[in-house]
Write a protein that binds this ligand. Structure first.
Ligand code: F0G
Length: 463
């Protein structure tokens, strides 16, 4: 395997400033060893997220100039609506300025306290928006989806038996909809199979519950179906997407991922009554139904991005670039989550730094060192993000301490990827010198965004 050649050439460049190790050392110290508090222009390769970080195409930039900024009925809205209808097949299209607003509108319209929304694994903002309504977010991914070493082609699958059990136990009155996240971001960007979607659809039908998708990375998921699932090799990714969504009643989408834009999102659905209620709320909190928090030019860029993302040369490059980065790391013995998902490579920090216990934040220690030594920004998805204290004040840690290297779309070249791989491998060879960390400040909620930390040399006190 090798890196796929880029199916584009570069027309505009964004210069990167080379920053010395000393400058980075000072920046990360001042940031309290928190990568979120570091200025982005001190970073060489920024793999914090694949969300809103895509490079737009010449066609999308040209589309911006075609923006019609009329308050109502902008022509770009109709282009946007038609693109969503063509690709997803849903009748009603409601623009929002990003994915979490689509979630907020949907859940605040249809959820009541005591409701439960099952999914494979809810993304953090989805879960938070459900819990904000006093409802419960249930993760029902197949067991393999929780094992970083289980090799399964569709580790994002939702377990239909678990779903059937939940619907039988709770009753349909308590479950206003079921969601499937494609690809399953919180489970490592793993895809969901078409056969699984059909099976989940059957369970939903049996109980009379609608099925929605969190469609952020739908094109990447459909490409995996084409590559891995029998019966789909000769279908286009666009055809696969149309089939996938034909099994559902609607979707929420952050266009910041597979919309190939820097801001935007939507809800698309078939139910007219829900649409009316959603639209009323949209006008209150986002804007008029033909712009929903976005400029006309942004709607045009999404309309074009949604069609571009289905280009199979692009998808082969995209998925291949991420897979090859994973391959290089694996080949050098760096422990990563397998198989590699669609948008990111996840390093298993507990196996990378076995001498750093979980209460010393091995993932964050790795993130700090990747920045300090190499100017690479990754993000910790582990003890710092999810750890908390239980009712007795005892620390509770998640099962996995991961470091996510999320790859922005069409932004970095093969040499950038090689640089990331070489840096991670060098750090792996030097891993014994890395120290654990201790929190010196933490906020009561979502502490990873603003926490401050320091390095510690002594062993933690056994509890
Ligand atoms: N759903 C999924 C699966 C996501 O990955 C995200 C965002 C959202 C919903 C929310 O969308 O940011 O437009 O409001 N994920 C980003 C990430 C933040 O880094 O994985 P948003």
């Amino acid at each position: 395997m090798r890196f796929p050649a880029e199916p584009f050439r570069i027309k505009v460049v964004e210069p990167l400033r080379r920053v010395s190790r000393e400058e980075r050392e000072q920046a990360i110290r001042e940031a309290g060893l928190n990568i979120f508090a570091v200025a982005a222009d001190t970073i060489y390769v920024d793999l914090l997220t694949d969300s809103g970080t895509s490079a737009m195409s010449d066609s999308q930039w040209a589309g911006l100039m075609m923006g019609d900024e009329s308050y109502a009925g902008s022509r770009n809205f109709f282009h946007f609506r038609d693109a969503v209808r063509d690709i997803f097949g849903f009748e009603h299209v409601i623009p929002t300025h990003q994915g979490r607003v689509a979630e907020n509108l949907l859940f605040s319209t249809i959820l009541k306290p005591g409701h439960v929304v099952p999914s494979n694994i809810h993304f953090d903002t989805t879960r938070a928006n459900i819990e904000h309504q006093g409802a419960e977010a249930a993760d029902l991914v197949i067991d393999e989806g929780l094992d970083p070493n289980a090799l399964h082609s569709f580790k994002g699958n939702l377990d239909p038996a678990k779903l059937d059990r939940l619907l039988t136990e709770r009753g349909v009155d308590k479950v206003p909809l079921v969601m499937i996240t494609v690809t399953n971001n919180s489970g490592g960007g793993q895809p969901v199979a078409m056969a699984n979607v059909r099976a989940v659809r059957e369970v939903c039908k049996k109980h009379g519950v609608p099925l929605f998708f969190d469609a952020c990375r739908f094109a990447e998921n459909c490409y995996f179906i084409q590559q891995r699932e029998s019966g789909y090799a000769n279908k286009s990714v666009a055809e696969i997407a149309r089939e996938l969504f034909s099994h559902g009643d609607g979707c929420t989408m952050s266009a910041k991922k597979d919309g190939l834009v820097n801001m935007g999102g939507f809800i698309a659905l078939n139910d007219a009554e829900w649409t009316q209620r959603l639209t009323n709320l949209l006008i209150l909190i986002e804007g008029f139904p033909t712009y929903g928090g976005l400029a006309g030019r942004d709607l045009e860029a999404i309309a074009r991005g949604l069609r571009e993302v289905l280009n199979e040369d692009y998808l082969a490059f995209r998925i291949g670039q991420v897979a090859q980065l994973g391959e290089l790391l694996m080949h050098a013995g760096v422990p990563i989550v397998r198989p590699v998902g669609g948008h990111a490579v996840y390093i298993d920090a507990r196996r990378f730094l076995p001498h750093v216990p979980q209460e010393r934040f091995p993932g964050q220690a790795l993130v700090v060192e990747l920045y300090r030594e190499f100017g690479i920004r990754a993000v910790e998805v582990g003890s710092l993000m999810f750890g908390h204290k239980d009712a007795n004040g005892k620390d509770v840690f998640p099962q996995l301490d991961l470091v996510r290297l999320a790859i922005p779309r069409r932004v970095y070249t093969t040499e950038h990827m090689r640089y990331v791989a070489d840096s991670c491998i060098q750090l792996f060879r030097d891993r014994d010198r890395l120290k654990g960390l201790r929190i010196t400040y933490e906020a009561p909620m979502l502490r990873h965004f603003t926490a401050r930390l320091e390095e510690v040399t002594e062993e933690p006190v056994a509890r």
